[in-house]
Design a protein around this ligand. Sequence first.
Ligand SMILES: NC(=O)c1ccc[n+]([C@@H]2O[C@H](COP(=O)([O-])OP(=O)(O)OC[C@H]3O[C@@H](n4cnc5c(N)ncnc54)[C@H](OP(=O)(O)O)[C@@H]3O)[C@@H](O)[C@H]2O)c1
Length: 351
Amino acid sequence: MMRIGIIGGTGYVGGELLRLLLLHPHVEIAMVTSRQSAGEYVFNVHPNLRGLTQLKFVPQDISELQKNCDLVFTATPHGDSVNLVPELLSTGIKVIDLSADFRLKNPADYEAYYGWQHAHPEMLKEAVYGLPELHREEIKGASLVACPGCMATSAILGLAPIIKAGLVDTDKIIVDLKVGSSGGGSKPTSASHHPERFSGVRPYQVTMHRHIPEVEQELSLLSGQHVKIGFTPHAVNMVRGILATIHTYPKQQITSKDLWKALRGMYGTEPFVRLVKYQKGPCQLPDPKVVVGTNFCDVGFEIDEHTNRLLMFSAIDNMCKGASGQGVQCLNLLMGIDETMGLKSAGFHPM
Ligand SMILES: NC(=O)c1ccc[n+]([C@@H]2O[C@H](COP(=O)([O-])OP(=O)(O)OC[C@H]3O[C@@H](n4cnc5c(N)ncnc54)[C@H](OP(=O)(O)O)[C@@H]3O)[C@@H](O)[C@H]2O)c1
C-alpha cells in the first residue's frame, strides 16, 4: 500500500482526488491537510464522501507528512505550490503537483503569463509534465510530476496526433473552449456568483490565457518546430466539463483516411482516449456531458472542404482527466501498477 497525503484537500480538485483514492485498492490516504478546516470531518466539506470515510482534515505539517506519507499530491492554487513542493521533495517524498507551478520549462513564461518570477527555476527541468499520452516513460521514474492544466489537457490531446503527423500549419491554430464552473475552484467570486454566471456564455481571458505556454511547449516538442496557438475560453452553463473546438488549416489536401491513420497511430492503445466520430445517436462528436465523472478524453474531427479547415473536438471532465484522474493515472505509472487502476468507470446516461 502506498501512503498518500493530500495538501489542499478542501478544494474541488482535492475532493475529486479523495473520491478516486478512497476506492483505489493499492493506496491508503494517510493525511489530508487544510488550513481552514483542520479537525473537521472530510465528509462535512465533501458530502458525496459520506459513509465512505471517517478521515478528518489535519493541519499542514511537513514533518508529519514526511513521517506518514510516501507521496503527496499538492492541490493548491498556482503560486502556492512553488515553495511547498521543494520543501516536500527535500524530505524524500515524491510529489504530484496539480497546480501550474512546475509545468513550464521556460521560467520567463511565468513572468509573461502568471506575472511572477519563479522562485525555483532550476527545478523546472526536473519536473515531468504529467500527461501520460506524451510522457508515460518519464512519469514512471519521476520524483516530481507536474500535472497539466484542464484546458491544456483537452487542447493538447485534441491536437497532438495531427501535429505529430505534420498535417496542419503550426502557426494558424485556434482553440475555442467551453468550460464548466468548477474549473474556477471552490472560492467564490462576484463573476462566479450564481445569478451572474447562470445561463450566460461568457468569453474570458480571451488572449494571453495562462494555459497557452504549456500547450505550445508540448506541441512544439512533438512537432520539432515552434507551434503557435490562439486560445479563448468561454464560461458556459455546466458545472463539470470542457469542450475544445479546434480550428486548424491543413498544409495540403487531407482525407478522413489520413486523420484516422494519425489518430489511431497515436491513440490506438491509449486506455483513456476514445475516438468519437459516429453517424448515429445523440452524440456523434465529443460532448463533455458523456465523460463527466470519468477519466476519458473523447476526440473527434470533421473536415470542412468549404473553408479548407480541419476541425478537431476534444471533451474531458476538467476535474478528472483535467486534474485528479490524470494525477491518479500518473500515480499508477509511478507505482508500476496497471495505469487504469481505480479509474475505470463509465459516465452517466442520461444525465
Ligand atoms: N478546478 C479545476 O478544474 C482544476 C483543473 C486542473 C488543475 N487545477 C489546479 O488545481 C489546483 C487546485 O484547484 P481547485 O479548483 O481545487 O482550487 P480550490 O477549490 O480553490 O482549492 C484549493 C485548496 O488549496 C488550499 N490552499 C489555498 N491556499 C493555500 C496555501 N497557500 N497553502 C496550502 N493550501 C492552500 C485551500 O484549502 P484550505 O484553505 O482549507 O487550506 C483550498 O481548499 C489549482 O492550482 C488549480 O489551478 C484545477
